[in-house]
Design a protein around this ligand. Structure first.
Ligand code: SF4
Length: 313
């Protein structure tokens, strides 16, 4: 029954969804979206890179990897908490309900950097925003301290299915990612865990990715769906941007697999027409990121966000 939360998803059952005729898939996903989120409210997050670049991992799509030497990016130090909290205040004034902070680390750093992140979490939470961070791998103690500081959600993406993952990242395993998700969940944190369309994956990889999320109990509360933004200097620079309808299909299947989760149309939105974005919402997405940039990739920007929101009224 569409709309029921279940955890027995397999790659095969999700593949059957992804292969449905497009209008049937969108129709079924939209019915679940309307039933689960009857007010049609669009969740709005803002994302700030609090520490950019210099990352020791080698994610093939990412401009922040220190291993992609020809990327034109100057690494930065960790921002000071006051500047981050001021940015969160601005984001709140622009209508954000969530403030996500990203540090390009393979694992969260202990000591002063971690204390600074805790101060950011406390400050953002005190503004009445949902605070979310992404810091890489976490120890149970770090997860506990983040939860105690008031962290709402921990972001840690799986990106794609397990078979395709080693073609995108060689410096860690899919199992490492799942282990960190389990550590964050065990500390009582909500999870944000998303994927990217356009990494050269096939339909079976997309099905395996969604089935992995669907098998988690509870499901991740937030699922960002990104379209690859090919960045010069990264190994995926020459990949063509994905067909927007492929993202629509993934979003619709995600809505059926994860009926109660927030599904956020994320990176790559700037490449979509207003109409394609609305098709993504019709297919089950119920959130976006506001602002001009998503880490190192361009985002829709204030004017385009306003046009989208106006079209939805
Ligand atoms: S995606 Fe994250 S972990 Fe991977 S290289 Fe970029 S910053 Fe590092």
């Amino acid at each position: 029954v569409d709309g029921m939360v279940r955890h027995d998803w397999t790659a095969g059952t999700v593949l059957a969804l992804l292969r449905l005729p497009l209008l049937e898939l969108i129709g079924r996903a939209n019915a679940v979206r309307r039933a689960r989120f009857p007010d049609d409210a669009l969740r709005r997050a803002a994302l700030l890179s609090v520490k950019t670049g210099g990352c020791s991992e080698d994610c093939a799509y990412c401009a922040q990897s220190a291993r992609h030497e020809s990327v034109d990016l100057t690494p930065t130090r960790l921002m000071d908490p006051d500047s981050v909290i001021a940015a969160a205040e601005e984001a709140k004034a622009r209508g954000a309900d969530r403030f996500c902070m990203s540090a390009a680390w393979s694992r969260a750093r202990d000591g002063k950097p971690f204390e600074a992140v805790l101060a950011m979490v406390r400050g953002v939470t005190a503004l009445g925003l949902e605070a979310c961070v992404t810091l890489g791998a976490l120890t149970p103690d770090q997860a506990r301290r983040l939860a105690e500081a008031g962290l709402h959600t921990y972001n840690h993406n799986l990106d794609t299915g397990p078979d395709h993952y080693p073609k995108i990242v060689s410096t860690r395993t899919y199992q490492d990612r799942l282990a960190t998700l389990a550590v964050a969940r065990a500390a009582g944190l909500r999870l944000c865990c998303g994927g990217i369309v356009g990494l050269g994956e096939n339909l079976a990889d997309r099905a395996a990715f969604l089935a992995t999320l669907g098998a988690l109990d509870p499901h991740p509360e937030n699922v960002p769906v990104n379209l690859l933004v090919p960045i010069p200097g990264t190994p995926l620079a020459a990949r063509p941007p994905p067909d927007p309808l492929e993202a629509v299909r993934v979003i619709a299947a995600a809505r059926l697999v994860l009926p109660a989760s927030d599904i956020r149309l994320s990176a790559g939105r700037a490449t979509l027409s207003r109409e394609a974005q609305i098709l993504c919402l019709l297919a089950g997405a119920n959130g976006v990121f506001l602002g001009e940039r998503l880490l190192t990739a361009p985002n829709a920007g204030e004017e385009a966000d306003a046009a989208l929101l106006a079209a939805l009224t």
